[in-house]
Design a protein around this ligand. Structure first.
Ligand code: ADP
Ligand code: MG
Length: 264
């Protein structure tokens, strides 16, 4: 069975020329051009610009429109719990973190090199904020990003593992594919063999192919339970740190500091 309805690329003939052009842009799904059509044609009529100038401004509107909708779509698909940018991060509050280092990371060169980032530190120091901010930068530069807390991912694997095998393979593809995977809150979890094997294989397969950003308020040693054994954890951590920026944040909790300032 084919498509039940297709677009027919024909327009009714008996309308004014400007209306006909507008309808054609709509039919061709050039929404950016449609949205600025009246404004740009008015401006062109009043200006002394060339035909090329007019056409270029129309094409630029379409490019900007398509880029904004791509970015918004990818931001949604990343499943960030909230969105905060690097510019919202107060680096003066956290002297352990070098602004320059994050500016370099925001260039996303680490993604081209399939390098990882591990952010260690106690609660409230901004680990998740920084991971999300780098994720947003990556999306703006055209890299696909997916965010999971480790708890969420474990829960999803357990749920899917009870269904058909194809569902588990589908989930695996979802977490394997993105150029940047954020695994937030790599904390203390006892995992069953299905989960630990999934996570082990995932990080094994992403090694030297894609970047993963981890946040944790524990140490590498505490990750043993996640991967099912000391040996497996050792082998995965070895791969993670092979090409990796490790940042230890030892400062105060930003949340707590703000709260204390409000208290009498
Ligand atoms: P963590 O993941 O380390 O527990 P979060 O990233 O969740 O901490 O930070 C807790 C809250 O404090 C968030 O709302 C975050 O935006 C904010 N925050 C933390 N550090 C800073 C900072 N240096 N500048 C601005 N906001 C911060
Ligand atoms: Mg956090």
């Amino acid at each position: 069975m084919g498509k039940s309805k297709v677009n027919i690329y024909k327009l009714p003939g008996s309308v004014k020329q400007d209306e006909r052009i507008y309808n054609a842009l709509k039919l061709l799904e050039l929404d950016g051009m449609c949205s600025s059509f009246d404004k740009l044609t008015d401006e062109a009529a009043r200006s002394s610009g060339t035909y090329y100038d007019f056409l270029e401004s129309l094409v630029d509107c379409e490019l900007a429109w398509k880029e904004e909708s791509r970015r918004n779509r990818w931001l949604q698909q990343a499943h960030f719990p909230w969105k905060k940018a690097l510019k919202n991060f107060d680096f003066s509050f956290q002297p352990d973190i070098k602004k320059q280092q994050f500016q370099e990371l925001a260039s996303c060169r680490f993604i081209d090199k399939a390098e990882n980032i591990v952010l260690f530190g106690p609660p409230g120091v901004g680990k998740t904020h920084l991971a999300i901010a780098l994720g947003i930068e990556a999306i703006s530069k055209g890299y696909e990003v997916r965010f999971f807390t480790l708890g969420q991912l474990i829960e999803t694997i357990e749920k899917v593992a009870n269904l058909e095998a194809v569902e588990l393979r589908r989930l695996y593809a979802v977490v394997l594919r993105p150029k940047v995977l954020i695994l937030d809150e790599m904390d203390l979890y006892e995992t069953n063999p299905t989960v630990s094997t999934f996570l082990f294989k995932l990080l094994h397969d992403r090694y030297e192919k894609s970047s993963t950003i981890f946040t944790s308020n524990k140490t590498f040693k505490d990750w043993e339970n996640i991967f099912g054994s000391k040996e497996r954890a050792g082998s995965i951590i070895d791969r993670i740190v092979h090409h990796c920026t490790i940042i230890n944040i030892e400062g105060e909790s930003y949340r707590l500091n703000k709260l204390q300032k409000k208290l009498p």
